[in-house]
Design a protein around this ligand. Structure first.
Ligand code: DON
Length: 611
């Protein structure tokens, strides 16, 4: 019964995603100062006009090539909510930099995009400043002090749905610590100034659009179980499009944060409201958990791919390492074969499959587990993995796993591998500062629990732990001991905010996605579409995507995203291949002559805002 409920939730989560939703041998560099220029418009011109090629998609693929992206001469915010984008551009026009704007967008999303924007969740930010500084900020939730390894198992040892729904599902939120830390280190404006748009949206209200209303309707059953019912489902149905929607309780919380900084959330009235909400229903987050929470500054993972430089997110997210490992495997092929061909799909799927074997067993919160970062990002290691890819045959994940175990005889397998709602936003300013941020409550509207005295939803991020190592989570990810639940630990994430620099070291792409493990595959495919397949940004975003996460051992293709003959070839190679819906929702910005192009995923209701 419970597992049925989990399955229903799993299907619902993926349905919601759909609805709304060479070979350089240099090791990765450290990233505190990579000393690169930020913009080179003349080179950009050559890159853009001389090197782009028209994309060709399968006849039945619904997204057409050649769409027009949004252009901005000065600045761009690409996000899932245009009102949040407007908040960012408003701050840049007041003289703020990309970090000021990103913080403004983060708080605005918490008001206008409650399905994933949040105060009650967490996320990751990667920055590349025009003066060459780079950084990564980890504001992932942590397990409460009272969390235990088996807290989601019933008396018979079976997994319950409590890591997904209800108060026990929440990790200690990191969003406010993250946004305020980012502003303090790299921003230029007072907190109250960057929070002003969010506060205005909450106090004065904003006009609800059909996407906002539809997301509420789709998730009404979850929301109706907890305190958000009175706010979002007045009279039993979702707030209707066209309604001016005010959130006075949330506005008071935002005001406390604007006045007191992070203490306005982690101490006093807001912290008490969270602890009270927990106590009402059997949750375990306490005011002590909240007082202890800290965001962590980390060095970005810096890697090279065919002469380009990638800055991505290190653990506690798996995103940066898994993308780096995948691209290192692919870099050894002189070319990736034509886009949409059986060979290109096979090489990409096989690279993902191997990188995800490591992702699922070797990555976790570095405060609790020694992550073999240098090895996983090593190009020699990637060539050994590449050597296991047959030219025209699939390998089962069981065989891949066995072969990979021989590459680390000194390290016993930490797991026997048996057997969607987040939002990304990208921000650039005229000086060339760039911020990639992914933030989430995990499932849409998180655990469903709404802190009624503070006006926001809490996350259900605890499901990203291996609640039962070796058994699939909400996203079908089979993860190992490294990611088992421990108090104070960050649960492994797939969030992959990424910045790509061109061969001169100038900013090229700012990109990231939503979609659980599909974040990794969707983000990396937009990058590969630009770097290897020479697509313009809009084609890179519209192109059909594939997904392989090692387990389940299947190659998933977006419906009608490959020609039938190519599907047949993949089957003949031995793949269990099938259609799937919606692989990721990406928000990306690309530098072009005279400014930037921005693009929200054509699979979403997002829209970039430019200046
Ligand atoms: O951190 C992670 O990997 C997940 N909590 C992300 C969840 C997600 O992207 C859901 N959206 N579709």
């Amino acid at each position: 019964m419970i597992s049925m409920k989990r399955n229903v939730l799993l299907v619902a989560a993926f349905a919601a995603v759909l609805l709304s939703c060479r070979s350089a041998q240099t090791p990765p560099r450290s990233a505190t100062d990579i000393g690169s220029p930020s913009r080179a418009p003349d080179l950009g011109l050559a890159l853009y006009s001389g090197d782009r090629r028209p994309a060709v998609f399968p006849a039945a693929w619904p997204l057409k090539a050649g769409r027009r992206a949004v252009f901005g001469a000065h600045a761009m915010v690409a996000s899932d909510a245009p009102l949040a984008g407007q908040a960012g551009i408003e701050i840049i026009r007041q003289g703020g930099n990309a970090v000021d704007a990103a913080v403004a967008v983060g708080f605005a999303l918490a008001v206008v995009y409650p399905e994933a924007g949040n105060l009650g969740g967490g996320g990751y930010m990667v920055m590349h400043m025009a003066d060459g500084r780079a950084a990564a900020l980890d504001y992932r939730e942590v397990a409460p002090l009272a969390a235990t390894r088996n807290m989601y198992l019933d008396a018979e040892g079976n997994l319950t749905d409590k890591s997904i729904v209800g108060p026990l599902a929440s990790g200690v939120p990191g969003a406010v610590a993250g946004l305020t830390s980012a502003l303090a280190k790299y921003g230029t404006m007072p907190l109250a100034q960057v929070m002003a748009p969010a506060l205005r949206y909450a106090e004065e209200g904003f006009v609800v659009d059909s996407a906002f209303s539809r997301a509420l309707s789709t998730n009404a059953t979850l929301i109706a179980q907890y305190g958000g019912k009175a706010v979002f489902l007045p009279e039993g149905t979702s707030v209707a499009p066209g309604t001016r929607f005010r959130q006075p309780v949330l506005a008071r919380t935002l005001r406390r944060i604007a006045e007191q900084g992070a203490a306005g959330f982690y101490r006093g009235e807001t912290a008490q409201a969270i602890a009270d909400e927990m106590r009402r229903d059997g949750g375990v987050i306490t005011t002590e958990d909240l007082t202890r929470y800290r965001a962590v500054w980390r060095e970005a993972v810096v890697s090279t791919y065919r002469g380009y430089t990638l800055l991505t997110m290190p653990p506690s997210s798996s995103g940066g390492i898994t993308i780096t490992e995948t691209l290192n495997i692919l870099e050894g092929y002189d070319s990736l074969a034509p886009f949409g061909s059986a060979r290109a799909t096979h090489l990409l799927g096989s690279a993902y499959q191997r990188a995800f074997v490591d992702r699922n067993s070797q990555l976790a919160d570095p405060a609790f587990y020694q992550v073999p970062m240098a090895k996983l990002t090593d190009k020699q290691y990637a060539s050994r993995l590449r050597a296991g890819i047959q030219p025209m045959h699939a390998t089962t994940t069981a065989d891949v796993e066995r072969d990979m175990a021989t590459l680390r005889p000194d390290e016993p397998m930490r797991s026997r591998l048996e057997g969607t709602e987040t939002t990304h936003y990208s921000v650039v300013d005229e000086a060339g500062n760039a911020v990639a941020t992914t933030t989430t409550l995990n499932a849409l509207y998180g655990s469903g629990v709404y802190v009624r005295d503070a006006g926001f939803f809490l996350n259900d991020e605890m499901d990203d732990f291996a609640a039962q190592p070796g058994k699939p989570n909400m996203f079908g990810l089979v993860q190992g001991e490294a990611n088992a639940i421990q108090p104070g630990k960050r649960m492994l994430s797939a969030m992959s905010p990424t910045i790509v620099l061109d061969r001169t070291g100038a900013l090229l792409l700012v990109v990231g996605s939503r979609g659980g493990p599909r974040i990794i595959t969707s983000t990396s495919q937009v990058i590969l579409n630009v770097l290897d397949h020479h697509m313009i940004l809009s084609d890179a975003m519209s192109a059909p995507r594939i997904h392989h996460q090692a387990l389940p051992d299947t190659l998933r293709i977006e419906r009608n995203g490959l020609e039938p003959a190519v599907m047949d070839s993949l089957r003949a190679m031995g793949y269990a291949v099938g259609w799937t819906s919606g692989i990721g929702l990406v928000n990306a910005i690309m530098r072009v002559p005279g400014g930037y192009e921005g693009m929200s995923d054509p699979r979403s209701s997002g829209r970039p805002v430019a200046w």
